[in-house]
Design a protein around this ligand. Structure first.
Ligand code: IPM
Ligand code: MG
Length: 350
């Protein structure tokens, strides 16, 4: 248990390097048996070597015990063919590492109720986790372009799941609910989509093995509405890749800022990639304005889920809460503190 664990740090683009630097400082301050190796990814890697996910970066990610990821995305590369765009790095990592289970918790930290666009009493009740399937759906189905018989340009992306893919994420959703308040809401669009009807059928089958979980189903449009109407009613949500992408951004705004939300992407052995759910935010990159909390909280999730270090994980989460309680706020939360100052406040609270 005392052997040193290797953490791959993939800072990426935009604010990714700034926020992962703070997360690394917090980890280093805790004197845990960890070693760190960094590698470029996304647009930064494309600039350096012509590919968003270079072989050496992928090899490091595979060799490491866990991966701390920043963000990818750079408008300078929007014109490149899709396979070379920065976003392909994170999609490629998810696929190569088979991290099919994406956990995106959303809860409000005391004192941040006013940062939410929801009424404080509505925001205060939020304590949910979105379990998003990450290796399938319309993200990874067959896609392409063609010209129709009428001479029109057409694009298509195939939405698909097979039952084994739904079954394994259903288990994760149900197990997550068991560890929480025992309520699972499966989100789909079964009134329109065949993929969703299969999803719903399989979730119901798997749920039979978890009689202690109260399972409900909701169409995604209704879920989007309930997330702002009465978000406190949700405990665990399980959903597909595309719906989970959208609902998790929405949930992040309900808790005040996308700069607060961490995530874990786990494979079948709980090896994981950890990243803030926010993107590279090119508009504020390099200005020391980014909120490092999501990256720091991602590091805490990494300790808990992949490295069996739950005490230090608890300490980091408590330190973030304590730092916020002192009133320090980055601009996304209505304050003026820099990325470094926020990191300093967390370190001081440790
Ligand atoms: C996320 C992001 C990614 C996604 C992008 C960067 C490909 O939005 O992690 O939510 O769509 O999954
Ligand atoms: Mg997203």
């Amino acid at each position: 248990m005392t052997d040193t664990k290797l953490i791959a740090i993939l800072p990426g683009d935009g604010i990714g390097p700034e926020v992962t630097a703070e997360a690394r400082r917090v980890l280093e301050a805790m004197a845990l048996p960890l070693s760190f190796e960094e590698a470029p990814v996304g647009g930064a890697a494309y600039r350096a070597s012509g590919h968003p996910l270079p072989d050496e970066t992928l090899a490091l990610a595979k060799r490491a015990d866990a991966i701390l990821f920043g963000a990818v995305g750079d408008p300078a590369f929007d014109g490149l063919e899709r396979s070379l765009r920065p976003e392909q790095a994170i999609l490629g990592l998810r696929k190569h590492l088979a991290t099919f289970a994406n956990l995106r918790p959303a809860r409000i930290f005391a004192g941040l109720e006013d940062a939410s666009t929801l009424k404080p009493e509505v925001a205060r009740a939020i304590d949910l986790v979105i379990v998003r399937e990450l290796n399938g759906d319309v993200y990874f189905g067959e896609k392409g372009r063609r010209t129709t018989d009428a001479g029109l340009r057409e694009g298509h992306d195939l939405m698909r799941y097979d039952e084994s893919e739904v079954r394994r994420i259903a288990h994760i959703g149900l197990q997550t609910a068991v560890k929480r308040r025992g309520k699972l809401c499966s989100v789909d669009k079964a009134n329109v989509l065949e993929t969703s009807q299969l999803w719903r059928d399989v979730v119901i089958e798997v749920a039979a093995e978890y009689p202690q979980v109260e399972l409900t189903h909701m169409y995604v449009d209704n879920a989007a509405m309930q997330l702002v109407r009465n978000p406190g009613a949700f405990d665990t949500i399980v959903t597909g890749n595309l719906f989970g992408d959208i609902l998790s951004d929405q949930a992040s705004m309900c808790v005040g800022s996308i700069g607060m939300l961490p995530s874990a992407s786990l494979d079948a052995d709980a090896k994981g990639l950890y990243e803030p759910i926010h993107g590279s935010a090119p508009d504020i990159a390099g200005q020391g304005k980014a909120n490092p909390c999501a990256a720091i909280l991602s590091a805490a999730m990494m300790l808990r889920h992949s490295l069996a270090m739950s005490d230090p994980a608890d300490r980091i989460e408590a330190a973030v809460a304590a730092a916020l309680a002192t009133g320090v706020r980055t601009p996304d939360l209505g304050g003026t503190a820099s990325t470094r100052a926020m990191g300093d406040a967390v370190l001081a609270a440790l």
